[in-house]
Design a protein around this ligand. Structure first.
Ligand code: SF4
Ligand SMILES: [Zn+2]
Length: 267
């Protein structure tokens, strides 16, 4: 497999992967979405809450707050440095290698945003400070303690580090076109341009394989997504960067293959 960088926009990276196939692409996508771990609030103690939101609604909102995650410092409970020998998962309460304590205290009248959450680890903080948690009226107050833990998207989507999608690299063949301007206008993503009445490709990477141009050209254009080259877009929610997501996914795949190998050797 060969990887080339295409672009980075608003935190999302797009890569071109060559000499691969749909199975490998989907494996990478699933590893990133479901297996790459991040921190999210899991155990929530509501010390005080007389706001308009029920405790469970408040807890749910807190669970979805995106927290910056350092993969060097935190691990899943099953891979935690604090795990005792022979243990399947680390069960140490408030273990600094897989949990972080957070606190939130506010009194109305005011809107309470994620930026008011205090974290025991200054590096673990909400990525989107203006995420609204609750609106408090006069005499309303909340006081909450929460433990964020490392988890995976396969257990709950709040742990998933982002959105990952791919498409076969667009292969476009232009035949004998009589209506260049109409074909150009039919494309929703401005793939074509007309120069001297001739239809040219301005940027095939923009193609979303909708085939509107094929219809308008009366099949004088062929559009196919490649089965060997793919454009992979990694759009993080913010816990990790696209590079961290991809590298961790490859690490996870490596350890799964090692486990598979050791199981095969036992047969
Ligand atoms: S398939 Fe759709 S997106 Fe691609 S070039 Fe044709 S009209 Fe544009
Ligand atoms: Zn631990």
């Amino acid at each position: 497999m060969k990887i080339e960088f295409i672009s980075k926009e608003n935190g999302a990276a797009t890569l071109l992967l060559k000499e691969t196939n749909p199975t490998e692409m989907n494996m990478l996508r699933r590893l990133m979405v479901n297996e790459v771990p991040t921190l999210a609030m899991e155990d929530i103690t509501i010390i005080k809450n007389n706001s308009a939101l029920y405790d469970e609604v408040l807890a749910h909102r807190l669970g979805l707050i995106v927290l910056k995650t350092d993969l060097e410092s935190y691990d899943l409970p099953a891979e935690c440095k604090g795990k005792k020998k022979g243990e399947a998962v680390c069960t140490k309460e408030n273990c600094p290698h897989h949990t972080v304590l957070l606190k939130l205290k506010a009194t109305g009248p005011k809107s309470v945003y994620a930026e008011e959450i205090e974290s025991k680890d200054k590096e673990v903080k909400p990525i989107h400070p203006k995420t609204l948690i609750v609106k408090l009226l006069k005499k309303q107050a909340i006081e909450i303690e929460a433990t964020a833990v490392m988890g995976q998207g396969k257990d709950h989507m709040k742990f998933s580090p982002g959105l990952v999608y791919y498409k076969g690299y667009p292969k476009i063949k232009i035949g004998d076109i009589k209506n260049a301007a109409a074909v150009e206008a039919s494309c929703p993503t401005k793939v074509y341009e007309v120069k001297n009445d001739k239809l040219k490709i301005a940027d095939e990477k923009r193609c979303i394989l909708c085939k509107a141009c094929v219809d308008v050209s009366e099949n004088k254009i062929e559009v196919q997504g490649s089965n060997e080259e793919f454009m992979l877009t990694i759009e993080p929610w913010g816990q990790l960067t696209p590079g961290e997501m991809l590298l961790k996914a490859i690490d996870v795949m490596d350890s799964k293959l090692d486990e598979f190998e050791s199981l095969i050797k036992k047969i």
